[in-house]
Design a binder for this molecule. Sequence first.
Ligand SMILES: C[S@@+](CC[C@H](N)C(=O)[O-])C[C@H]1O[C@@H](n2cnc3c(N)ncnc32)[C@H](O)[C@@H]1O
Length: 318
Amino acid sequence: MDGLSLVDSVGNDEAVIATNDDAASCKRCAVALGYWHDRYISYFVRSTDRKAPEINRGYFARAVAIKILVDKFIEVNNGNCQIVNIGAGFDTLYWRLIDEGKSVKGFVELDFPGVTSRKCLYIQRTKQLLQAVSDEDYDVKLNRHNLHGHTYKLAGVDLRNISEVEAKIKESDLEYSLPTLFLAECVLVYMTIHRSSQLLKWIAENFKSAFFINYEMVNLGDRFGDVMLSNLHLRGCDLAGAEACQSTETQRKRFLDAGWAGADSYDMLGIWARLPPEEIARVTQIELLDEQELLNQLFSHYAITTAWTDHRWSDVQL
Ligand SMILES: C[S@@+](CC[C@H](N)C(=O)[O-])C[C@H]1O[C@@H](n2cnc3c(N)ncnc32)[C@H](O)[C@@H]1O
């Protein structure tokens, strides 16, 4: 077994787990204001306070961009593919896909057991969530940290421990030969570069045809980045993997160094410019934005990086 060292700063884990509550609460607020449609997020977050308009727009840009990329991957594969959401938190992607009739062969969510146990509980007690993971020919198996449905699997695991990840993936009945989309939204940055590259290497070596969507920080080396880092530090959360978040180039490089065949990375300013204009026109009517400069700063400090082990997926772009 691959033990964790002090460098992995296990004491930081509670603060990292709490970032999921923040993300879910921000999504809940933006959805309630009408930025995008998600009829499931309120089952995971009962209530939330109102967030600043630039936070809502930031979450909107990320949600819509990732939706476009995920949908394209499923479409080019005609559904004959799998999705692994790493550090999934309370993400509701699986339920959206079911509602839209976009089925895939396997859907796996991984997170710390402290998060998956809460997700298991919410799914178990909410008919609308449970129905979508159930199948009349297959009994859902549930324990404290894991849920095993026919297509949907939720597993508690520390992503820094490759042998544990490997065991969970095996139990999830994924096929290494099928095209597989890996999604990570603000996850890798909480691991040391050594641990995240181990994970990326393992994926590239084992999945013949993998595509990765990574949303996380960039430009952490400038003044605004310093403020982001110290705000997180004050909340007890240190970004062990900040080194890969210096630029879109360091984001690309981390995949290429880990054996991926190709990668692209765009900051959210660039992504915003590629979003459907009618969607931008719609959401800019939702609430007044006084701080355009602050939104631009935020957008230039987050990026979406895509990477592939199979050149067929290099066309899955915004
Ligand atoms: C900022 S939250 C994002 C959650 C979700 N991806 C989203 O965008 O809503 C980061 C998530 O990564 C998970 N995470 C970070 N490091 C992890 C690790 N070593 N093992 C398992 N999960 C981890 C946290 O528990 C948390 O749920």
